[in-house]
Design a protein around this ligand. Structure first.
Ligand SMILES: Cc1cc2nc3c(=O)[nH]c(=O)nc-3n(C[C@H](O)[C@H](O)[C@H](O)COP(=O)(O)OP(=O)(O)OC[C@H]3O[C@@H](n4cnc5c(N)ncnc54)[C@H](O)[C@@H]3O)c2cc1C
Length: 154
């Protein structure tokens, strides 16, 4: 993966099948890794690196420790190296099986994934994150309509 001059992500995807190599380039604004997770977080290269680098605590089932809003609190960047508080804080949220054993038992289920998304968005709204509003039935219907009519989400 690399960032291009317009600050977009260019992903080079190389796959090999029956001895043939194929290459694809994907240009995107952001990437969501949704490849799922079967084992404890230390079995996943990306998560293991995150845990070691930031010394993150694990729960009793060796998954990421999250708050009731599914935030990894240790990842907040509230202050710079001189102790000054940033105007805008970065926050990181996690859901699904990587948080299994945390505040919500059914986290690795279809309902659990929706619930964690909702709690995380609500938490971001409370933190006054720019451009984020509470999800409700009407706005969800509006976004669904955009999806149906092939329009960009807003
Ligand atoms: C047998 C079974 C029954 C279940 N029944 C229910 C139920 O009735 N109700 C309920 O709410 N939940 C149920 N669940 C749980 C639910 O399926 C999971 O919570 C949900 O699917 C997790 O979604 P996910 O997107 O995190 O991961 P996944 O759905 O596992 O998606 C991960 C995707 O990434 C792909 N992938 C993995 N590695 C790579 C790679 N290297 N490159 C490219 N692609 C990759 C996989 O092929 C997969 O398609 C069930 C789970 C199982 C196993």
């Amino acid at each position: 993966m690399e960032r291009n001059q317009k600050n977009r992500l260019n992903t080079h995807y190389i796959s090999t099948e029956n001895g043939f190599e194929s290459r694809t380039n994907l240009l995107a604004d952001f990437i969501i890794d949704a490849t799922g997770l079967d084992a404890e977080v230390k079995a996943n290269e990306l998560l293991n690196d995150l845990v070691i680098r930031y010394n993150l605590p694990l729960n009793s089932l060796k998954r990421l420790t999250v708050s009731n809003d599914f935030e990894i609190k240790e990842m907040r960047n509230e202050k710079d190296e001189r102790g000054q508080t940033y105007d805008r804080q970065g926050r990181m949220y996690a859901c699904g099986t990587m948080t299994f054993g945390g505040p919500y038992a059914a986290v690795d289920s279809f309902l659990g994934l929706q619930y964690t998304a909702l709690r995380s968005v609500d938490n971001l709204v409370k933190a006054k994150a720019p451009g984020i509003n509470y999800l409700n039935g009407l706005s969800s219907l509006g976004q669904w309509w955009k999806w149906v009519t092939n329009q960009s989400p807003s």
